[in-house]
Design a protein around this ligand. Structure first.
Ligand SMILES: CC(C)(COP(=O)(O)OP(=O)(O)OC[C@H]1O[C@@H](n2cnc3c(N)ncnc32)[C@H](O)[C@@H]1OP(=O)(O)O)[C@@H](O)C(=O)NCCC(=O)NCCS
Length: 184
């Protein structure tokens, strides 16, 4: 798989050298508020995650997100597909822009639109879905912007910081993505 380029963002294979930043991000309560991660993670935990991730099938390996920074690329996050069902041609997608200084500047939605293109055009998926906490308004907005449709709500399926909240399911179907991008 070669690097996936967008206008301001690219997705590439995750390197061991990315882990130094990842471990900072996955210990930042503002970042993990939207993630299933909630316990402190050490650099050893992060190494173990990386070693495990490198054993997964190629299409399930994490994709590091870089943003264009002048003529260079700067690491800002991580993403990936998992839970593939090759009969249904469905998979789940996840994303983290760990660098908070670039939130709300369109990088997350651009990365997600690249993931959709990759999922539909390269992996030939028919359905791409995600789960998001109902209180993660920034994420929900970013997903709506690139065409994710709300499809369900699991009530009180999340417990964080002593509070139960709802979990939303959102998805994009191939036919919707084709209509949106006018590509067939
Ligand atoms: C969720 C995430 C990927 C979004 O990336 P991003 O680059 O910040 O998002 P974008 O700038 O592309 O889009 C965010 C949108 O939400 C809007 N937004 C921000 N805060 C909001 C709020 N409280 N209510 C409603 N909309 C909000 C922004 O204005 C923007 O919309 P606009 O372009 O129409 O103005 C990123 O913030 C992130 O990784 N957060 C931490 C980890 C996480 O929560 N991951 C998702 C798990 S499901």
């Amino acid at each position: 798989m070669s690097i996936i380029y967008g206008r301001r963002v690219r997705l590439r294979g995750t390197e061991r050298s990315d882990l130094e930043k990842f471990v900072v991000w996955v210990n930042d309560p503002e970042v993990t508020a939207g993630l299933t991660l909630f316990l402190p993670m050490s650099s050893v935990d992060e190494e173990k995650w990386f070693e495990g991730a490198m054993q997964r099938p190629q299409e399930e390996k994490p994709l590091t997100i870089d943003m264009k920074d002048g003529t260079d690329w700067r690491l800002i996050g991580n993403s990936g597909f998992f839970g593939f069902d090759w009969v249904v041609r469905s998979a789940e997608v996840g994303i983290m822009i760990g660098d908070k200084t670039v939130w709300n500047q369109g990088y997350g939605s651009e990365a997600m639109s690249l993931l959709l293109r990759h999922g539909f055009k390269t992996l030939n998926l028919n359905r791409i879905f995600l789960r998001v906490y109902a209180d993660n308004k920034r994420a929900i907005r970013a997903y709506e912007k690139v065409g994710f449709v709300h499809e369900g709500r699991m009530r009180q399926a999340v417990y964080k910081q002593g509070v139960y909240s709802d979990l939303l399911y959102m998805s994009v179907l191939r036919e919707e993505w084709n209509a949106m991008t006018k590509e067939n």
